[in-house]
Design a protein around this ligand. Structure first.
Ligand code: AMP
Ligand code: ZN
Length: 481
């Protein structure tokens, strides 16, 4: 049973091996910029990476899994210009950039755990690694890959002839285009390694460096931290597909020029979660179009919002399981409801089995296990793996083996099939609708039995929840104050 992954670098599926043939996988995943909540699109990428880590472990590997927290404000555009994201977040909320970073880092980690994503070996914060980033820029400078402009130190991409290879970029076209805001850059594909603080304004985050006070460019942190904790060559580097063209291309350029070694052997990218928006057509009708969920446009959905709408975060995890990570996943509430029902019904079946687990010995049960291992090893084919779980549950193997297989497969799915699924009550504007409705039913029972004291007590309890009730011939209705 070979483990095969699609490698963005070669655009091919390749058998996975580690660089030294050992069972240690050196892995780095680009993490969030903590200036806002993560949306469920970002989290789809981390769920895919979690399936990857779990699959590697299932195949007997140990994973040195590093995830960064970008708490330095890079600039809002890929072209090293625009506003600083962290400073924008701070201005929006009247807090300091450090408070914003801490708050959204904690919120991100809470979402991570609610989705049952395994803790990485190490979280690395960019602001804790400024020294390493400066060192890397110094190395690039010593080796002649940089130049200085009035606003920073830039990477000279013309000195790295393979620059265009990874993303299959048409650099001729890109470099000749005057559409790109070049500033003093020599080539459109050059990028900032270190930016100088403006002379007329103190930045909220800035550090001393051999080139003066400033802050790192947005790609350098990943190279510096990936190499600090995993050495010059990673076995696997992950992220979303949006990072291929600029961020990962630049990570490769600066890392390989600094070390002279390949930066990552396998590059794996998760495809987007998309949401629908209505587009007006010329004839006045509207059409539903799906586009990337992003922090700056379209519907922005968070795990907390799903919980308020009565979804268990693991229903979203189940939803993510239903499509291959390299395909777009289109989000609709109906589709998420479908995933919730499927997750509920799966739990109903597995709840009755858990506790009965025995050894897996029959030929049929062992075949399910090998088919499952093949599916996950086949570039993380989770939809097929889920299908095998369902077929296995319907099969005639005995309950003890079924239970053992459920537990085994859930090492990958991470749906917590060893415990009953928690039902999350639907909330409206942060209010627990099921609780309100049950209190109203209790009050009706109290009134029917003329227990006025109890009925008043319940009315007060509802009032304390900001719920106003109105009795009429048709029954009781409620609204929020
Ligand atoms: P960011 O905080 O914007 O750097 O994004 C964090 C991670 O989420 C990156 O790996 C992105 O590639 C990924 N990402 C951003 N938007 C989406 C989306 N709509 N669907 C899936 N992944 C996404
Ligand atoms: Zn990165």
């Amino acid at each position: 049973m070979a483990l095969n992954f699609y490698n963005t670098a070669s655009r091919k599926r390749e058998p996975f091996t580690t660089q030294d043939g050992s069972n240690l996988v050196r892995m780095y995943c680009c993490g969030p910029t903590v200036y806002h909540f993560a949306h469920i699109g970002n989290l789809r990428t981390y769920i895919f990476e979690d399936f990857l880590v779990r699959t590697l472990k299932y195949y007997g590997y140990e994973v040195n899994h590093i995830v960064n927290i970008t708490d330095v404000g890079h600039l809002t555009s890929d072209a090293d210009s625009g506003d600083d994201k962290m400073e924008k977040g701070a201005a929006r909320e009247g807090k300091t950039v450090w408070e914003i970073a801490d708050f959204y880092k904690d919120a991100f980690m809470a979402d991570w755990h609610r989705l049952n994503i395994q803790e990485p070996t190490r979280w690395t914060r960019a602001t804790d690694h400024i020294k390493e980033q400066i060192e890397l820029v110094k190395t690039l400078e010593e080796k002649g890959f940089t130049y200085r402009t009035s606003d920073g130190i830039y990477f000279d991409s013309l000195k790295f002839p393979r620059y265009a290879d990874f993303a299959r970029l048409d650099v001729e076209n890109l470099r000749s285009g005057s559409r790109i805001d070049m500033g003093e850059k020599r080539a459109a594909t050059d990028f900032a390694l270190w930016k100088f603080s403006p002379t007329d304004k103190k930045r909220a985050m800035e550090w001393d460096s051999p080139w003066g006070i400033g802050f790192p460019g947005w790609h350098i942190e990943c190279s510096a931290m990936a190499m600090k904790y995993n050495g010059p060559t990673l076995d696997i580097h992950c992220g979303g597909t949006d990072h291929i063209r600029v961020h990962h291309t630049n990570e490769i350029a600066q890392s390989e020029c600094a070390t002279g070694k390949p930066f990552a052997r396998f590059w794996m990218h998760g495809e987007f979660l998309r949401t629908a928006s209505e587009e007006k057509l010329e004839d006045g009708t509207t059409e539903q179009k799906f586009g990337k969920m992003s922090k700056s446009s379209g519907e922005f959905l968070t795990v907390s919002l799903l919980v308020d709408r009565g979804f268990n975060p693991l229903d979203y995890r189940y939803f993510a399981l239903g499509s291959h990570y390299r395909n777009y996943l289109n989000f609709t509430w109906e589709a998420l409801e479908g995933a919730r029902e499927a997750n509920k019904s799966l739990h109903k079946k597995t709840d009755a089995l858990i506790g009965k687990a025995t050894a897996i010995t029959s030929e049929k049960a062992l075949k399910f296990q090998t088919d499952f291992k093949d599916a996950i090893g086949d570039d993380l084919n989770m939809p097929r793996a889920l299908g095998i779980l369902n077929t296995m549950l319907k099969s005639d193997i005995d309950d003890g083996e079924k239970a053992a297989l459920v537990l085994d497969m859930d090492k990958i799915f991470g749906l917590k099939l060893d415990e009953p699924r928690e039902d999350f009550a639907k909330k409206q504007d942060g209010v627990d609708v099921a609780k309100i409705e049950s209190l109203i039913a209790e009050r009706k029972a109290a009134r029917d039995s003329k227990n006025w004291a109890e009925s008043d007590r319940i009315r007060d309890e509802l009032a304390a929840m900001n719920v106003v009730i109105k009795d009429s011939k048709e029954g009781t209705t409620w609204s929020l104050k």
